[in-house]
Write a protein of this length. Structure first.
Length: 242
């Protein structure tokens, strides 16, 4: 059976690299974007050169009704997903004493709310079709260790870990695995404004990670070889905060 994977936030960074990596390994890809549909469509065309299919869904993961409408329609028209990679998320960094209410709400509602909003329309069809599928959620080193100026972001990413662990227990008997990846500092456009030399001093490997190094782990967890791995949090961080 052909396997299709939904990857949220796949128009750039880790999501884009994951989409390309999985496509090269034979998965049909369902790309997702919120705003940059032109970029997502470019990636879809690139993916199709690997001999697999690709299509783009556009919705805001913070908008529960929009998620439900778009995902349910796609499943009805194209079939249930074998895998879901919950990659989309935002950061609104600020030290807590001056952290604004909207900075808290937007990050929690997007990152943690998105976990519920995207998976709720997916899980029951996966169970009903007896798909022994794969769910992979992107957390962060900040969700494990915390980080200055990221109380909101760390809370959302720690929440994802707890949610994924609980969901893994509920779905284990169905053969559906649920795992979390916690990247460290990965070289993407989201880390371009960091003080590179200072940050590298904190990382035992003295370099930023590559998006491909995260994507390769997603590919493994998506495979049949990873069928007995569930409820785990796997860090890709060059030794940061270990």
């Amino acid at each position: 059976m052909e396997k299709q994977v939904l990857i949220t936030g796949s128009s750039r960074g880790i999501g884009k690299e994951t989409a390309l990596y999985l496509a090269k390994n034979g998965y049909n890809i369902v790309l997702h974007c919120n705003k940059n549909i032109t970029k997502a469509e470019e990636i879809a065309r690139e993916i199709e050169t690997f001999g697999v299919t690709a299509r783009v869904l556009q919705f805001n993961i913070k908008d529960r009704e929009e998620c439900k409408r778009v995902i349910e329609k796609d499943i009805q028209e194209n079939g249930i997903y074998y895998g879901v990679v919950l990659n989309a998320g935002i950061a609104r960094d600020n030290v807590f004493p001056i952290l604004e209410e909207d900075e808290w709400d937007e990050v929690i509602d997007t990152n943690l709310g998105g976990f519920y909003n995207v998976l709720k329309p997916v899980v029951m069809p996966m169970i009903e079709k007896r798909i022994k599928g794969r769910i992979i959620a992107m957390s962060s080193v900040s969700g494990l260790c915390g980080n200055r100026g990221q109380v909101n972001y760390s809370a959302s990413k720690a929440g994802i870990i707890g949610a994924a662990k609980s969901l893994s227990l509920e779905l284990a008997k169905r053969g559906i695995t649920v795992n979390t990846i916690a990247p460290g500092v990965i070289d993407t456009d989201m880390t371009q404004d960091l003080p590179v030399d200072e940050v590298k001093k904190m990382i035992p490997m003295k370099r930023f990670g590559k998006a491909k190094e995260v994507a390769s782990l997603v590919n493994y967890l998506m495979s049949e070889d990873a069928a007995y791995i569930t409820g785990q949090v796997i860090s890709v961080n060059g030794g940061l905060y270990l």
